[in-house]
Design a protein around this ligand. Structure first.
Ligand code: HEC
Ligand code: HEC
Ligand code: HEC
Length: 127
């Protein structure tokens, strides 16, 4: 009896943890700055909310292979030019092409990789 209640409590805690994570990213922007600034470009601001209301999670997190953890993905411009990651859509067909550097590299210098803000603050040039 008490063991079963214990399991239930654990399941509730685990579920709460799972739900807490997506909420943070789904409503905010994700900064990607593993190599951008080190290589002379501004940090990338990815408006997660903007994309998530237009596409299903699995398009990016399964088909495109974006791991569901801020900072977990290493993305390069070469891959984007090859049509991977952001480049699957930012190719001048689904969305504007990868020559619009400033629309993605819009972060202020010094921003670290991770989640920023909430859904009211999405979009380029905010951070
Ligand atoms: C257009 C692509 C795209 C779509 C659609 C998308 N995501 Fe994401 N998601 C990303 C990217 C890119 C990151 C950041 C990865 C990184 O920083 O390396 C991310 C990060 C995350 C994270 C990590 C947050 C953290 O705290 O570490 C979670 C959770 C997440 N997404 C959940 C979702 C859910 C749930 C949906 C659907 C409702 C969704 N995503 C739709 C691209 C997308
Ligand atoms: C669709 C969004 C997008 C556009 C447009 C874009 N980039 Fe990037 N770029 C990224 C992402 C995402 C990364 C990986 C960010 C990180 O972790 O530092 C990146 C990384 C970089 C890097 C780090 C080294 C490398 O080669 O990967 C440089 C330099 C860079 N971009 C320059 C540019 C320049 C110059 C342009 C315009 C010709 C451009 N980017 C356009 C998204 C974009
Ligand atoms: C599944 C397709 C898809 C992927 C993958 C994708 N984008 Fe987008 N993105 C779009 C579309 C569609 C738009 C809207 C284009 C328009 O308004 O013309 C957009 C718009 C944007 C905007 C402008 C948002 C605004 O407020 O106007 C930014 C910035 C952006 N994307 C960055 C990125 C970055 C960085 C990545 C990779 C980490 C990425 N996108 C991956 C489809 C995608």
């Amino acid at each position: 009896m008490s063991a079963r209640r214990g399991n239930l409590a654990l399941a509730v805690v685990a579920l709460a943890a799972m739900l807490a994570l997506p909420a943070a990213a789904e409503y905010g922007d994700v900064v990607l700055n593993k190599r951008s600034e080190a290589e002379g470009a501004r940090p990338v601001v990815f408006p997660h909310w903007f994309h998530r209301i237009r596409f299903r999670c699995k398009v990016c997190h399964s088909e495109l292979g974006f791991k569901m953890r801020a900072g977990a993905n290493t993305v390069t411009m070469r891959e984007i030019a090859d049509g991977k990651f952001c480049g699957m859509c930012h190719n001048g067909q689904v969305a504007w092409a990868a020559d619009r550097c400033d629309l993605c590299h819009s972060g202020k210098p010094g921003l670290r990789s991770g989640i920023q803000g909430g859904h009211a603050t999405l979009g380029p040039g905010v951070w």
